[in-house]
Write a protein that binds this ligand. Sequence first.
Ligand SMILES: [Zn+2]
Length: 472
Amino acid sequence: MSWEPVIGLEIHVQLKTRTKMFCRCELGFGDPENTRTCPVCLSHPGTLPVPNAKAIEWTVKLGLALGCEIAPHAVFHRKNYFYPDLPKGYQISQYDQPLCTNGRFLVPGPDGDAYVGIVRAHLEEDAAKNVHVGGAAGRISGADRTLVDFNRGGTPLVEIVTRPDLRSAEDARIFLQLLRQTVVELGISDAEMEKGSLRFDVNVSVRPEGSSELRTRTELKNMNSFAFAARGIAREIGRQIEIYEKGGEVDQETLHFDPTREDAPPLRSKEEAQDYRYFPEPDLVPLAPARDLVERARAELPELPGQRIRRLERDYALPFYDAEVLSGLPALAALFERTVAAGGDAKATSNLVMNQIVAAGVDPAVVDGLELAKLVEARGRIPRAALDEAIAASGTPGFRADDYTADTAITDAEELRPVVERILEGNPSQVEAYRGGKTGLLGFFVGQVMRELGGKANPKVVNELLREQLGL
Ligand SMILES: [Zn+2]
């Protein structure tokens, strides 16, 4: 029997608003512990939460980018649980009336569009950070004590829940990268996994291929890189298939994936919603985002990365791979478009920008499109060394392509012929091999001529002369 993986994601994105979700403490990653706190986020008796308007506006924006409907009436709930990182004993979150629901997020692929369903995106406050001391790698197991840093407590946090629409670890990786790029380009989060401003959990189950049932799923927590998640997912898929094939059943549980071990030890059995005893937050009125706020946010949405991939493919007849690479770096995509607008051939420009500009470490934002278009045009005509030199200099102020494309290369056949003859005379065995059918040696001869002339020869003319002399 062949098995189909069914994967859903729960993603947490910290918003980079100036202040926390329900108080006026400023956010500050990396600040000394417990210096960004006040009576509200430390839950002193008698304090009251005041919602951050910017966080609500940004969640609406993100919801729209995810293709969600924005609820005209959303409610904050208390999610009750006891843990040292939660001084109130509950987290202000959203439950059955979230701000954004029922979305559809475009994930372009080489074989067409895929859409990942978005169940919901809601706004909540982050918990404080537990710092485990004394154990290996800062993990709780083996630690001898745990400290709490309340700086993070109360940071605005958006939770995004997808439908189980992903079918492989690779699908999940592509979706997450596109989602990350989207929130970064919206300017609402750094979405840096190393800092914890983007975190996600993965739900995994498997089912017989062709079936539409949803079997028991397990949850993988503690994912802190895309590569890491892909490995964890692949391993969990394999584990579940093995259990079913041996006639067993998968238990619903949360697994703590540790890259240093080959297994993922169970953390706890999954809580049910009723365990959290959700009830509406009595200290906050329901959220009713104004229609004009929603419409303004919709009008202000920039082109999203997924849409940009499709547009680059369509408008410039680029292969999917090129469109994806360019779109992944907006400044690179912009340079590509400036250059083509100035007359550069689209595919040649794409190659030059994706490979040589990136390899030379040139900042694409400062390159002049018109000058780069001249280099694209000259690329087959000037020596490779001159092109490389020009590209390396293309980001410097006042760069002029003409300084490099002016005919530094020797194009005069009469001047080149003696050099070509000398090279052929000096390599009789290669000449014989070439005439015997090893025509791939042409490149060797071109290289020898170029070396002789310090790269300053027109490769096209050298090619013609070699073919003429070799008699083929
Ligand atoms: Zn505070």
